[in-house]
Design a protein around this ligand. Structure first.
Ligand code: Z5A
Ligand code: MG
Length: 214
């Protein structure tokens, strides 16, 4: 049986990731693929509950402890992801290890340190990075009330995502990181994402799942 593809959407706040992952899963299913959504952080698990409290500023945690919790949240979900991929289900992921690195490195943690806890996670077949200018982001409404939802953090995170993109290209090849402009309408962005994903889903069937940073 051909395996499913692991597709990740990344991007800054309000770039439309959650909007687009839902549409992508529906579109894959409509096209006859089996597909499901996975969001990180997954706030429904016990570890996800700790992350949720931290993001809502209901708790304070050391930066390293939070970084490891975000990674642990991915590790507690990896077996289910791998099982689904093996059974031919495409998994569409809303944020992944790349957000983990970008947000923690933006706080000043060492970049190489930030990569390490996610080493060995399933490697996305494609990561679509939704790009958005600060001007367009500000037109999409005020920032929310959660930690990190402010201009200074988002600017620092943007710079770290550029380093993450370079690292993915260097370790796994440029084809795995695809920038998609999120400036257009929801339908235009959806069409551009589909243009990339359709091909990836068809192509990866016989390839083994790779390992992140290995
Ligand atoms: N974080 C971390 O530190 N470490 C980690 O390892 C991970 C995450 C995984 C919570 O994430 C925080 O956790 C996040 C990073 C950190 N902090 N920040 N920032 P989250 O994923 O739960 O965050 P969120 O609450 O889902 O928000 P978001 O992801 O920033 O938004 P989005 O998913 O990209 O956007 P959206 O919800 O789809 O759309 C936003 C609005 O824009 C909405 O009103 C839409 O209707 C509108 N929209 C969407 N697309 C368009 C277009 N094309 N045109 C016009 N309007 C649009
Ligand atoms: Mg979202």
């Amino acid at each position: 049986m051909p395996r499913g593809a692991l597709i990740v959407l990344e991007g800054l706040d309000r770039s439309g990731k959650s909007t687009q992952v839902s549409r992508l899963v529906s579109r894959l299913n409509a096209a006859g693929h089996r597909a499901r959504l996975q969001k990180f952080p997954d706030r429904t698990t016990p570890i996800g509950g700790m992350i949720d409290a931290y993001l809502r500023s209901a708790s304070e945690l050391d930066d390293r402890a939070v970084h490891l919790l975000f990674s642990a949240n991915r590790w507690e979900c990896h077996a289910a992801i791998e099982r689904d991929l093996a059974q031919g289900v495409t998994v569409v992921v809303d944020r992944y290890a790349f957000s983990g690195i970008a947000f923690s490195a933006a706080k000043g943690l060492d970049f190489t340190y930030c990569l390490s806890p996610d080493t060995g996670l399933p490697l996305p077949d494609a990561t679509l990075y939704l790009t958005l200018s600060p001007e367009t982001a500000s037109r999409r409404g005020a920032y929310g009330a959660e930690r990190y939802e402010n201009v200074d953090t988002q600017t620092a995170v943007r710079a770290q995502f550029a380093k993450v993109a370079e690292e993915v290209g260097r370790r796994h090849g440029d084809a795995r990181w695809v920038e998609v402009s999120a400036e257009g309408s929801v339908e235009e962005v959806e069409r551009d994402i589909w243009g990339v994903v359709e091909d990836v889903v068809r192509r990866v069937g016989d390839e083994p799942v790779g390992r992140l940073w290995e």
